[in-house]
Design a protein around this ligand. Structure first.
Ligand SMILES: Cc1cc2nc3c(=O)[nH]c(=O)nc-3n(C[C@H](O)[C@H](O)[C@H](O)COP(=O)(O)O)c2cc1C
Length: 168
């Protein structure tokens, strides 16, 4: 494995990429940095933030590098929605994909992303708020939508680290 390459918007994915770099001894680069630092065709672990159930930057990274594993960073719990994100991002079955819970804060968003997310927050809080009974997961989502969440944790990297060790 040559490197870790990531795409971040508000920083959570960069945090995970740096933690993973410390744990594996690999170097972590943003997609921009990687242009001059990581040779095309190199084997990489790719980390990208999730937008509308798709991993940002994944297709561009797949064109240039040989992706051996993907970490998708979103607002939902680590290890959930994996197959939905695999399908929407068209990740082949042979590439392991791990979802990681990141941070969420509407105030950190700009431009179109902020507009899109404000609409989403309004819609979801209206739908969930109107429910007489909510599941634990729905309550967690409502809390994050209303008040944001800081959920980058080292322990969320366990599955990707186990996989990395298994291929060494
Ligand atoms: C426009 C927009 C759409 C999003 N869609 C999703 C989504 O479909 N699923 C999800 O889990 N998180 C979604 N998120 C939340 C981000 O993936 C989450 O906040 C993540 O931690 C951002 O990573 P970053 O800090 O590296 O940018 C969305 C965020 C934005 C701004």
């Amino acid at each position: 494995m040559k490197a870790i390459i990531y795409t971040t918007n508000t920083g959570s994915t960069a945090q995970y990429a740096k933690m993973l770099a410390e744990k594996t001894g690999l170097q972590a680069f943003s997609m921009e940095e990687a242009k001059s630092k990581v040779e095309a065709g190199s084997e990489i672990i790719y980390l990208g933030w999730i937008m509308a159930a798709q991993v940002k930057g994944c297709k561009a990274a797949a064109k240039k590098y040989k992706i051996r594993a993907i970490c998708a960073v979103g607002m939902e719990k680590t290890g959930t929605r994996t197959e939905e994100i695999r399908g929407k991002t068209c990740v082949p079955a042979e590439i392991p994909l791990f979802t990681l819970q990141g941070n969420f804060n509407v105030k950190k968003l700009h431009g179109l992303y902020r507009i899109m997310m404000n609409m989403m927050v309004k819609m979801v809080t209206k739908q969930l708020g109107a429910k007489a009974e909510r599941t634990h997961r729905e309550n967690e989502m409502l809390e994050i939508m209303l008040h944001g969440g800081e959920n980058v944790r080292e322990e969320n990297l366990k599955s990707i680290l186990d996989y990395y060790k298994s291929i060494q």
